[in-house]
Write a new protein. Structure first.
Length: 186
């Protein structure tokens, strides 16, 4: 069965009205997807090694799974892919990053190193969507690092963080992500 898991970013929740998670969930469910938008309040507050086992236990992954991560949800997806033994259909990393962000002393969601080949082998395709003007530093350069390791498609925009409550920048619909998922069906 077609299924998608949408992982939110730091200090966020699935029902936060500044973000597109609920909209995307409804759009995909209306097209026959089973969609999970889990709430992980400790994402990027607990070390990934302590946090990841809970995530892996709470979800099932298969060849029909689409993973979508926003901000800190993106390095979480990298860790998931490095630790599962199945190839998912598609991984979309929005405002994603794999290196410490500017001005941060630590980013607990990041691993110290990634097994890029293992990650690449566990997703049939990757899409990286980043902005040149991301206020948190999850920018096109961060997206390019992951693209260079994993291939796929990099989409660069001028749309900030694709939603930010702290910056008072709502981003409540994201047709691009929906369309990328629907295009992956063919």
């Amino acid at each position: 069965m077609k299924n998608a898991i949408i992982f939110h970013g730091t200090d966020c929740s699935p029902d936060n009205k500044f973000y597109w998670y609920e909209w995307l969930k409804n759009e995909l469910e209306n097209r026959g997807y089973k969609v999970s938008v889990p709430h992980y309040p400790t994402i990027n507050h607990k070390e990934i090694g302590m946090f990841l086992p809970k995530v892996l236990k709470n979800h099932q992954f298969d060849q029909d799974t689409v993973l979508v991560g926003h901000s800190a949800g993106s390095p979480l997806i990298l860790s998931i892919l490095e630790n599962i033994d199945v190839k998912v259909k598609l991984s979309i990393l929005v405002a994603g990053y794999s290196m410490r962000l500017p001005g941060e002393d630590k980013d607990p969601v990041l691993q110290t190193a990634y097994d890029w080949e293992k990650i690449k082998s566990n997703s049939s395709d990757f899409v990286f969507i980043n902005s040149v003007d991301d206020p948190w530093g999850c920018d096109d350069k961060q997206g390019r690092i992951m693209f260079d390791h994993l291939g796929g498609t990099q989409i660069v925009r001028n749309e900030g963080h694709f939603g930010s409550e702290g910056q008072n920048l709502p981003y409540v619909k994201f047709p691009l992500v929906r369309d990328l998922i629907l295009e992956s069906e063919s």
